[in-house]
Design a protein around this ligand. Structure first.
Ligand code: ZN
Length: 278
């Protein structure tokens, strides 16, 4: 958390409020929050925000100045937020970067990251291409179905860690992996190499539906996610298994949702998500 839907909501809000605005100042509170490119910081002053993209759980701000494009990439997964000026946070000492803009509907974008799992990078075009190739697998929202099927067919091992493997499929974390697997009636430990094509297609369709529904709900506010304007996502109300251990299975099969530890917490219905050994 944030995962893909939350990062997408963040990217859309920034696009709607700051596209075309000029960056006037960029305060960096601690040098180690910048993964790479800190010496190029002064280039960005006076540059215009020309595009906002999401890669996996990260948001890339594209700046234009004097015929050149450079990027600031903010990693949001696990604890990062990008916030507009008026949005208050519980621990303001964890605001590590503050970007001031003129000419937009908002005047400030802050990068808040209390646990610093993620960081920021300042990259030119070649740097961004390299960064993307190294970190992000296919995007689950835009990958064509045939490509997803081929990808799954070349993999082996347990299903849930694969869905969460950012260098293979970028953007799905623990919440959405659990929700997608329950809805597809697949156990997290199912062997990927044993999945039939028809099952992979069902997995693909469910993954797209869950992610799109979550985006339209503004994401899931679990722990401390909120959007740049301070609004909370309400997809949490649509969660069927995540955080629901001990509750009755929503499929009315009569069993209760169980939780077990593997890579993070897995929430399963023992009846609806059997780990078939076929
Ligand atoms: Zn069930």
């Amino acid at each position: 958390m944030p995962e893909l839907p939350e990062a997408e909501v963040v990217a859309r809000q920034i696009r709607a409020n700051l596209l075309g605005a000029q960056l006037n100042d960029c305060w960096v509170g601690r040098a180690d929050i910048v993964r790479e490119g800190l010496p190029t910081l002064s280039w960005y002053l006076g540059a215009c925000l020309e595009g906002v993209a999401r890669y996996g759980k990260s948001v890339a701000l594209g700046f234009h100045k004097e015929g050149e494009l450079r990027y600031i990439v903010a990693e949001l997964g696990m604890t990062g937020l990008l916030l507009f000026r008026a949005t208050q946070t519980k621990y303001p000492q964890h605001v590590h970067v503050r970007m001031s803009f003129t000419g937009g509907r908002e005047s400030e974008l802050r990068y808040w990251n209390p646990r610093r799992f993620g960081r920021m990078s300042l990259l030119d075009q070649a740097g961004l291409d390299c960064y993307r190739a190294r970190r992000f697998g296919v995007d689950p929202l835009t990958v064509p179905r045939a490509e997803f099927i081929n990808l799954m067919k070349t993999r082996r091992g347990r299903l849930k860690p694969l869905l969460m493997h950012q260098q293979v499929i970028a953007g799905i974390g623990n919440i959405y992996a659990n929700e997608v697997l329950f809805r597809t009636k697949l156990h997290p430990n199912r062997d990927v190499s044993r999945l039939r094509k028809v099952t992979i297609i069902r997995l693909y369709d469910t993954m797209q539906t869950v992610l799109r529904d979550a985006i339209s709900c503004g994401g899931s506010s679990v722990k401390d996610f909120f959007a740049p304007d301070g609004t909370e996502g309400h997809y949490k109300q649509h969660h069927l298994v995540y955080g629901k251990e001990g509750q009755l299975c929503p499929n009315s099969c009569g069993r209760v949702i169980r939780r077990f530890q593997s890579e993070r917490s897995s929430f399963v219905c023992p009846t609806c998500q059997r780990n078939f050994k076929v």
